[in-house]
Ligand binder design. Structure first.
Ligand code: DQA
Length: 143
């Protein structure tokens, strides 16, 4: 079974970006750890990062009639704004898990709304890199 992890804008800067909020690990560190955790659960994990809303929408569109069985997504800032990403996810009939490194509910009020939360099976927020590992484990049980 195959799972796609989608990372939204500025997550390519992890390690440099607000380490007190997001941790010191890089995106490559997270991707490697998620792949390894997936393998332990018999799941092949691919990952995709883009700073572009349209690129993320187009990537999600490729999953319609594709061979991916589940999507783990951290839409980053687009979480709070993107009806387009939400609508793209609504095209899919595979499970979606939402992840945030930080606990968006204990941050600024504009981060308290997620456009994708009710499209996802569940949301994991506040556990840093470990959240992605929990997500892939949860996804393995869903697919
Ligand atoms: C984030 C939280 C978002 O509010 C923020 O814009 C991000 C990262 C997180 O993983 O905690 O870029 O999605």
């Amino acid at each position: 079974k195959k799972v796609l992890v989608i990372h939204g804008p500025n997550l390519n800067m992890l390690g440099l970006r607000e380490p007190e909020t997001y941790g010191s690990q890089t995106l490559a560190d997270i991707d490697t750890a998620v792949k390894n955790r997936g393998a332990e659960h018999g799941v092949v994990v691919e990952s995709f990062q883009s700073n572009s809303e349209s690129a993320i929408v187009e990537k999600i569109q490729t999953l319609v009639d594709g061979d991916v069985h589940g999507v783990i997504i951290n839409p980053a800032a687009f979480t709070h704004t993107s009806i387009a990403i939400r609508d793209a996810l609504l095209l899919l009939s595979i499970p979606i898990v939402e992840v945030h490194l930080s606990n968006i509910y204990r941050r600024e009020p504009f981060r308290h709304t997620s456009m994708v939360a009710d499209v996802a099976v569940g949301q994991i927020a506040g556990f840093g890199k470990a959240g992605y590992l929990l997500a892939v484990q949860a996804m393995a049980g869903l697919i």
